[in-house]
Design a protein around this ligand. Structure first.
Ligand code: AMP
Ligand code: ZN
Ligand code: FE
Ligand code: FE
Length: 286
């Protein structure tokens, strides 16, 4: 039973439509897939509208989102939420404010790139964000590739777009503690995404993650491609010590960016406990 609890569609910065993602999930042999687009629920909601009440053979879809957070010191943190009520006002408002502010934020990043002599426009980004509800740096990365400024998405991040780059601009973001509270108020389960992925920028210390656990954090993503063996071992130990869910997932954004569904997975007994705890909405199949 393969369970992947962190994936993106083209309603945020993934490359597959929700429908294509589910076809890929079937192909990968997944039994359970969470759709966790950045700051939006539109991807899984579109599939929910097509749900099959009688199906018992389809892939189980877990409603979720990845909330873009920032600490008071300015560090970027991603918080996964599962099985929350999407109509819960605090969480819906939080995601809406973030989505709105991503547009002026993108314009500021483009202004900084233009100032450094790089020829790129907001229209170029829009051409690559297509149907997305959240505009993000990966869309800008694709636009930079199309302009021939860099060769790949990863190269765009390495040269221009990483969190510590002079071209980095943040957007409105709740604190991780606020996101945990909003997810839990909405009946959901909160899991810290790629918490020790140092290649993306600064990360929490283990003590700080323990403090999130005291604020109600329910789990930590342990098995993630951006975690080395040491990071995984530390997070697993922390999860054991504090009774947190230890998950694993692909953080899939598309095949052409080198990601593979089920490249990391969550243990069935961990998934069963998350499912039991999530009270804000239900899983479904299409
Ligand atoms: P944004 O939400 O616009 O701040 O962009 C965040 C997204 O960019 C993440 O979810 C990843 O998909 C991607 N990303 C962040 N850092 C890197 C990196 N160093 N290399 C490649 N992709 C990255
Ligand atoms: Zn992403
Ligand atoms: Fe993330
Ligand atoms: Fe993600």
């Amino acid at each position: 039973m393969l369970i992947d609890l962190h994936t993106h569609t083209n309603l945020s910065d993934g490359q597959d439509s929700p429908e294509e993602l589910i076809l890929q999930a079937r192909g990968a042999g997944l039994s359970v897939i969470a759709i966790t687009d950045h700051d939006t629920v539109l991807g899984w909601q579109r599939l929910h509208n097509q749900r099959d009440r009688d199906s018992s053979t389809g892939v189980t879809i877990v409603p979720g989102a990845e909330i873009s957070c920032r600490t008071p010191s300015g560090m970027s943190v991603h918080m996964l939420g599962y099985l929350f009520d999407p109509g819960s006002s605090a969480l819906a408002e939080m995601m809406s404010l973030t989505r709105d502010d991503r547009i002026p934020r993108m314009q500021k990043i483009i202004g900084l790139l233009n100032g450094a002599g790089i020829d790129i426009s907001f229209d170029d980004v829009v051409a690559h964000s297509g149907s997305a509800a959240t505009v993000g740096r990966p869309h800008l990365a694709d636009a930079l590739v199309a302009r021939g400024v860099v060769g790949t998405r990863n190269e765009a991040f390495a040269h221009y777009l990483h969190n510590d780059s002079p071209f980095y601009v943040g957007h409105f973001a709740p604190s991780p503690e606020e996101a945990i509270s909003a997810i839990k108020t909405a009946g959901g389960v909160s899991v810290l995404a790629h918490g020790l992925a140092g290649s993306r920028g600064a990360t929490y210390s283990l003590d700080e993650i323990e403090s999130l656990a005291r604020h109600g954090l329910d789990g930590v993503e342990v098995d993630h491609r951006d975690h080395d063996e040491r990071a995984r071992a530390s997070l697993r130990e922390l999860a054991d010590a504090h009774g947190l869910f230890a998950t694993g997932s692909s953080d899939y954004h598309g095949i052409s960016v080198g990601h593979r569904l089920a490249m990391e997975v969550t243990a069935p007994e961990v998934w069963e406990s998350i499912l039991e705890q999530g009270k804000g909405c239900e899983v479904f199949t299409i």
